[in-house]
Write a protein that binds this ligand. Structure first.
Ligand code: SF4
Length: 400
């Protein structure tokens, strides 16, 4: 069902949901009482500002709370309101997002802010039907923002809420459209009250901290432990029923580590395609899942010569970093490289401070951190040895 479906049809489904979950009001009361007692104190829960809530909801998509906590306050300090975000250069926004991954979210956030600043006086919509027209905002995210910020009766069905409802009501449909068709009316029936924002936050919190995936569920702490159908049926671990996932493509990328003193050479990725426009240590797809070392060296030298000219020298292999990037499982093999040409902008050598300010890929951030840690370790190990050498006692004086 979409946000645009007729209200009569929705009301019918909500009625069916009430029958499916008897004593709905009592369940809501139990849930809210538990939330008041047990919820985590998170910065986005101390505000009703739609912009701040919107930023948190976008950051939290596919990202752990602990990670978001390191970015949220800093992002809001840099872009304190929707107008500031709309007016900021995209590079600044990507730089503030750098390390959170899934950069499309930051681009959508920025372009939606521009739309609202230009066409809506900077006001975030109060209803789901208008909010889902903005880039990067689906029905569930829209429901979270408008219910928490404005008290609009709109439901949320993110991964956590879906898991809770599937178990509570014993929904055995496959995750995805079949399960969502059953779960949306339940979620809507639950928020049909005076505190829809609190209900949504309670459901999300229950899924994030108690009704955990698979065998990690902590049913003894759950306010719904009596009456949960999955618990009664012993099917908690198997619900929701997951869809078979598409296999990730295995790839190897070759990474050039070109240093000038403590600075690293970065290039800018092309303006379209994967990780577009972000800075990175020059990285090239090898076109093969597992090339041998000689192939890696040959391919990297050829790719670097095509990009920077001259005859690049490929030195030691420094490290292997593995990361899932989009639908690929990528092995990034990093080599020390010497160039005999001067890279032209937008390629640039960046200091540690500049690396923190630039919009760089997550893989580059992690590889540079590992290289720096390795350099620090090597210096620490070699330092005392040098010290010992220098403190060697002087040779005895020659006998007179
Ligand atoms: S009783 Fe267990 S499975 Fe059921 S909703 Fe609570 S935590 Fe989830």
């Amino acid at each position: 069902m979409t946000a645009a479906e007729p209200e009569g049809e929705r009301e019918g489904e909500r009625g069916a949901a009430r029958e499916q979950l008897p004593a709905l009001a009592e369940r809501r009361t139990q849930l809210l009482a538990w939330y008041r007692r047990a919820h985590r104190d998170l910065p986005w829960r101390r505000t009703r500002d739609p912009y701040a809530i919107w930023v948190s909801e976008i950051m939290l998509q596919q990202t752990r709370v602990e990670t978001v906590l390191a970015y949220y306050d800093r992002f809001l300090a840099r872009f304190p309101d929707l107008f500031a975000l709309a007016a900021a250069p995209l590079d600044d926004v990507l730089a503030a997002w750098s390390g959170l991954g899934y950069y499309r979210r930051a681009r959508f956030l920025k372009s939606a802010a521009e739309l609202l600043a230009r066409d809506a006086g900077g006001r975030f919509p109060r209803d789901v039907a208008a909010a889902v027209l903005l880039p990067g905002i689906g029905r569930s995210t829209a429901g979270a923002i408008v219910s928490i910020a404005y008290g609009t009766r709109a439901a949320v069905l993110d991964g956590n809420v879906k898991r809770v409802l599937a178990r509570l009501a014993g929904l055995a449909e496959l995750d995805g459209a079949p399960l969502e068709k059953r779960a949306w009316p339940l979620a809507e029936a639950l928020v049909d009250c005076d505190a829809p924002g609190d209900v949504n936050q309670s459901l999300m919190e229950l899924g994030a901290t108690v009704c955990l995936p698979f065998a990690a569920a902590r049913c003894e702490e759950c306010p719904w432990r009596d009456g949960c159908r999955a618990r009664a049926a012993g099917t908690v671990e198997s619900l929701p029923q997951s869809r078979p996932r598409a296999a990730l493509r295995e790839e190897t990328w070759l990474v050039a580590v070109v240093r000038r003193g403590s600075r690293f050479l970065l290039r800018r990725r092309p303006p379209t395609g994967l990780l577009h426009d972000l800075f990175e240590l020059p990285a090239f797809e090898s076109g093969s899942a597992a090339p041998d070392e000689a192939q890696c060296r040959r391919l990297l030298a050829r790719a670097l010569a095509a990009q920077f000219g001259g005859a690049p020298q490929i030195g030691d292999e420094l490290l292997l970093h593995r990361q899932v990037i989009s639908n690929r499982r990528v092995a990034l093999r990093a080599f020390a490289v010497t160039l005999d040409t001067r890279p032209r902008p937008p390629a640039r050598f960046a200091t540690a401070a500049e690396l923190r300010e630039l919009a760089i890929t997550t893989a580059t951030r992690k590889i540079v951190a590992r290289l720096r840690a390795e350099a620090t370790r090597t210096a620490a190990l070699s330092g005392p040895a040098r010290a010992r050498t220098s403190k060697r006692p002087p040779p005895p004086a020659a006998a007179s």
